[in-house]
Design a protein around this ligand. Structure first.
Ligand SMILES: Nc1ncnc2c1ncn2[C@@H]1O[C@H](COP(=O)(O)OP(=O)(O)OP(=O)(O)O)[C@@H](O)[C@H]1O
Length: 239
C-alpha cells in the first residue's frame, strides 16, 4: 500500500527506561476510520500524543501527511469557564481567524444550529462532545483524532455521535482515528481495528478481525459483546 496519510515505522518509546510502545509499524490510508482498542495502560493515548506532536522524544519514523484536528476526552474540558458555544468553537480557529465565518455553518453540521449563545457549562455530555467536534473541524483538518469519545455519554448519545462521525468522514473525505473502550461500537462503526498493548497486537479491516483475537487482551470482553448485541436488538431502529 503506497497511499497513506500516516506512516509509523519501528516506533519505540520509553519513559525512564520502561517500554511504553515497542516496535510499532503501521500505515493508515486516506479516508480510513480506525478504532484503536487495548486495555488500560496499553499506550493508546501515548501513541496519539506522538501522532499529534505532543511527544517528540521517541525512536523511529512517524510521518503525518495532513492537518490533524484533535478531540480530547470531554471530561478534560473545564465547564466552570464562562464561555458560550460560539467562543468555544472560536478557540479552534487558532492561526486562521478567517474561519470564524464558518462557525454557524459548522454548528448546523453537528446539530447545534442556532445554539451560539448557549453556555458550555450548561450543555449535556453529548452536546459538549459535538461542540468539541465543531472546534476540531473549524480548522478544516484532514485527519480527526478522538480520545475515548464515548466517555461520559449515554448509549444513545454515543450511537448518534458515531453516526455523525461517519457522516462527516464521508462528506468531508477525512480520515478518522479514534481511541475507544467500546469494542461493540468499534466493531460496528470502524472500517479498521488497531489493537494495541505496548506492541501492535493486530491491525486490519474490521470484518477480518475475529472478536476472539481481542479476548486475550480484554478479560471482560464477553460483557462488551453482549452489550453490542443488546444495542443491535434494542436500539437499531431508533434515530
Ligand atoms: N508521564 C508519564 N510518566 C510515567 N508513566 C507514564 C506517563 N504517561 C504514561 N505513562 C505510562 O505509560 C503507559 C501507557 O499509558 P497510556 O496513557 O498511553 O495508556 P492508555 O492505553 O491510553 O490507557 P487508558 O486506556 O487507561 O487511558 C501506562 O503504563 C502509563 O502509566
Amino acid at each position: 500500500m503506497n497511499n497513506y496519510i500516516i506512516l509509523v515505522e519501528n516506533l519505540n518509546y520509553k519513559i525512564n527506561g520502561t517500554e511504553i510502545l515497542k516496535n510499532i509499524n503501521f500505515k493508515i490510508p486516506e479516508g480510513d476510520f480506525v478504532g484503536i482498542v487495548g486495555p488500560n495502560g496499553a499506550g493508546k493515548s501515548t501513541l496519539v500524543k506522538i501522532l499529534i506532536g505532543q511527544i517528540t522524544n521517541y525512536e523511529g519514523k512517524v510521518i503525518v501527511n495532513g492537518k490533524i484536528g484533535y478531540l480530547p476526552q470531554t471530561q478534560t474540558i473545564n465547564r466552570e469557564v464562562p464561555i458560550n458555544a460560539f467562543q468555544f468553537v472560536l478557540m479552534g480557529t487558532y492561526k486562521n481567524i478567517k474561519n470564524i465565518e464558518k462557525i454557524p455553518e459548522i454548528l448546523d453540521e453537528i446539530g447545534l444550529s442556532g445554539k451560539e449563545n448557549r453556555l458550555v457549562g450548561n450543555m449535556s455530555g453529548g452536546e459538549l462532545q459535538r461542540l468539541s467536534l465543531a472546534r476540531a473541524l473549524i480548522s478544516e483538518p484532514d485527519i480527526l483524532i478522538l480520545d475515548e469519545p464515548e466517555a461520559g455519554i449515554d448509549q444513545m448519545g454515543k450511537a448518534k455521535f458515531y453516526e455523525l462521525l461517519e457522516k462527516i468522514r464521508s462528506e468531508r473525505k477525512i480520515t478518522i482515528i479514534m481511541i475507544s473502550h467500546d469494542i461493540g461500537m468499534v466493531f460496528e462503526k470502524c472500517k479498521t481495528i488497531m489493537c494495541l498493548n505496548k506492541t501492535l497486537h493486530c491491525h486490519g479491516p474490521t470484518k477480518e478481525i475475529k472478536p476472539e483475537e481481542l479476548k486475550v487482551l480484554f478479560p471482560d470482553f464477553d460483557l462488551w459483546i453482549r452489550g453490542k448485541y443488546h444495542y443491535e436488538k434494542e436500539h437499531k431502529n431508533v434515530q
